[in-house]
Design a protein around this ligand. Sequence first.
Ligand code: SF4
Length: 181
Amino acid sequence: MYRVNEIFYSLQGEGYYTGTPAVFLRFSGCNRRCEFCDTDFAAYTEMDADAIVAAVSAWPARHLVVTGGEPTLQLDDVLVRALKGAGFYIQVETNGSMPVPTGVDWVTCSPKQAPWAVDRIDELKVVYEGQDVEALADLLPAPRLFLQPCSGLNTAEVAAYILAHPRWRLSLQTHKLIDIR
Ligand code: SF4
């Protein structure tokens, strides 16, 4: 059984797939305790793989964003196979603390706290708070680097940083800008 916090349909708001219609599968639980965490992932319903596949198949899109909490605490080969069998493209949003199951199509790493154990990254997405993001990008190599303002408060600072460090791209929380989930 998997502990599922919520399943909903929306547009991916952030990073490389911004604007993509996607089903969101949020798992309950996390292995970090970030002070700034704004995700309520404590509540859960227990579901097996068949029930999850049935639930996420209720919408027309076949892009699935698996998030949390920390999704790699629960996402396993059994569920990945079931989701792939139903035709889903699987994007995982991880804090970088765990390896990612084989078969996942896209790994978005939003690193929070060391140590890191993620074994592959397609995009690194960092909330910028003035930290040394170059060192982070060297520690967690990724072909695409996104920098995101902190709750929209330092957008000008992030834009200036990217202009001076052009290997980064801007990521905004566009779902909040247009007031959707
Ligand atoms: S890693 Fe993410 S989900 Fe987990 S506590 Fe930190 S911000 Fe929240």
